[in-house]
Design a protein around this ligand. Structure first.
Ligand code: HEC
Ligand code: HEC
Length: 429
């Protein structure tokens, strides 16, 4: 990571933490788009500063996002859910945490050919596509049934406090065709959809400039761009494998709902027009960003400084800026998303064994942290990391290995009070 100067996650005795708040500790996480709504609608509002033409288009896109597709509108033949909102409930994550047993609506299982290596396209399993579908419109056998069980892992902080983590064990049985026993399966939960829109407008040069694939600055953190073909930069999804929201939406329509677009027809059919697809993408682009809270609280200020001091900010880059967009209101905004949009090797604990474009099994995009403290308010549960294994911010941190191992070690070495301040800060975003 090159852009913001090198903390090395030094041990906590040596930590010097300023008493004053960092510049970026402000409420307006999405600049003038920011909403101060704290309710289950926190991820649902249009950018607060956009004018009438954009609001009309936003409403048109919202209609597609909220639509429940039926067979006449193109649902199926295979699908996982019949609308965007079934999985992104209240524009958030899924309705329930992933439980033991058959996977319900929301989580998705990505699949590819056994043994496929990084950059070895296509990233699918012939006959099954890139995601397993668990429902059909005509009542015939779906592609697969997916089961999850949980393995418990216990650990202990240097100060003697104990903790418990859980890891999913995913298995799938092919119902409509044989699923190879060694197919690469990756359980994914939906991300909230307020946020990726403005990240689409962070100029590609800025993302590339922050990459440090060979760790030239020697801070133990590299950070690589996931190029997804034709020199395009991947931004969206847990592995930054999708370049823009039109593609993200077309993928979801085809692979999750079974609705064809001109980008990705389903069995040759185009069932949603280019205009509707563009409006849908615009809807996601123009969602308001929820404000950070409690920026004057002394624990939040200390937590924010610790966030930088122990190295969280080396990947979770506090600030980004939008470039030029479709609407002047979204141009040149100061964003506080806490991501570099780069891939990092997170170690064996988070390795899903499934690569896509330049991302290996253990590489994931730095997850943005804006809006994270409102997940519980919006969805009634906290499910973090790509497969929802972490049920709190603390658990999410404890899973960070690989390039982040030294930062996790520094977190664990903090006093209980400082750990609480750091968690309090993250929860205030
Ligand atoms: C069956 C559940 C499901 C449905 C239906 C679904 N999504 Fe998703 N969505 C997901 C999952 C899972 C991810 C994470 C994908 C990944 O990277 O693994 C995701 C990711 C996204 C992202 C990227 C968020 C980010 O931070 O990068 C956007 C945007 C999105 N979905 C929009 C949509 C839209 C628009 C629709 C409707 C056309 C839709 N989704 C339908 C499950 C779903
Ligand atoms: C080396 C880069 C790196 C460092 C350092 C790092 N993170 Fe992360 N963080 C990531 C990546 C990548 C993910 C997504 C991993 C996944 O989904 O499996 C992530 C995910 C998270 C999540 C879950 C977000 C979600 O949407 O589910 C939280 C919370 C988080 N990090 C907080 C922190 C905190 C706090 C620190 C410092 C103690 C930290 N991270 C240090 C890269 C990093």
């Amino acid at each position: 990571m090159a852009a913001c100067g090198g903390s090395t996650g030094a041990d906590s005795d040596a930590l010097v933490v300023p008493a004053t708040a960092p510049d970026w500790l402000i409420e307006r996480a999405g600049d003038a788009t920011t909403t101060f709504e704290v309710s289950e609608r926190s991820y649902n509002l249009s950018a607060r500063n956009v004018g009438l033409p954009a609001r009309i288009r936003f409403a048109d896109g919202d209609e597609v996002f909220e639509a429940f597709f039926d067979t006449e509108m193109g649902l199926g033949p295979d699908f996982n859910a019949n609308s965007c909102t079934s999985c992104h409930v209240n524009n958030g994550r899924q309705q329930f945490p992933v439980e033991t047993g058959s996977v319900g609506i929301g989580p998705v299982v990505h699949v590819s050919t056994p043994g496929a290596a990084v950059d070895e396209a296509p990233f699918d399993l012939p006959g099954f596509g890139t995601r397993l579908q668990t429902a059909t419109v005509d009542g015939s056998q779906p592609e697969a049934r997916v089961e999850v069980t949980w393995e418990t892992i216990e650990g202990i902080y240097p100060d003697g406090t104990s903790y418990e983590l859980r890891r999913p064990v995913v298995s799938a049985v092919g119902l409509d065709g044989d699923l190879p026993v060694d197919a690469q399966l990756s359980l994914r939960i939906p991300q909230q959809v307020a946020g990726p829109g403005l990240l689409e407008y962070v100029p590609a040069e800025d993302i590339v400039a922050a990459a440090d694939p060979d760790d030239a600055d020697g801070d133990g953190i590299s950070g690589t761009v996931n190029y997804v073909g034709d020199g395009r930069i991947g931004r969206h999804g847990w592995k930054a494998d999708t370049p823009d929201l039109v593609h993200q939406s077309a993928n979801a329509l085809a692979e999750d709902i079974g609705v064809g677009t001109s980008l990705i027809p389903v069995n040759g059919a185009i069932e949603l027009s280019d205009e509707e697809l563009a409006d849908l993408a615009f809807y996601v682009e123009a969602l308001a960003i929820p404000a950070g809270r409690d920026v004057d609280n002394p624990d939040v200020v200390r937590g924010a400084n610790l966030f930088t001091a122990i190295g969280c900010a080396d990947c979770h880059t506090p600030t980004q800026r939008t470039g030029t967009t479709q609407y002047a209101e979204l141009d040149n905004l100061l964003l506080i998303p806490f991501t570099d949009l780069l891939l990092h090797d997170m170690g064996p604990g988070l390795d899903d064994g499934r690569s896509v474009f330049g991302a290996s099994g253990s590489e994931w995009r730095t997850a943005p942290l804006w809006g994270i403290g409102l997940l519980d308010t919006v969805n009634g549960h906290v499910s973090l990391l790509h497969d929802g294994r972490a049920q709190s911010i603390e658990e999410a941190i404890l899973w960070h290995g690989g390039e982040a191992q030294h930062v996790t070690d520094a977190f664990m070495a903090l006093s209980a009070e400082d750990r609480a301040a750091l968690l309090r800060f993250v929860a205030s975003r």
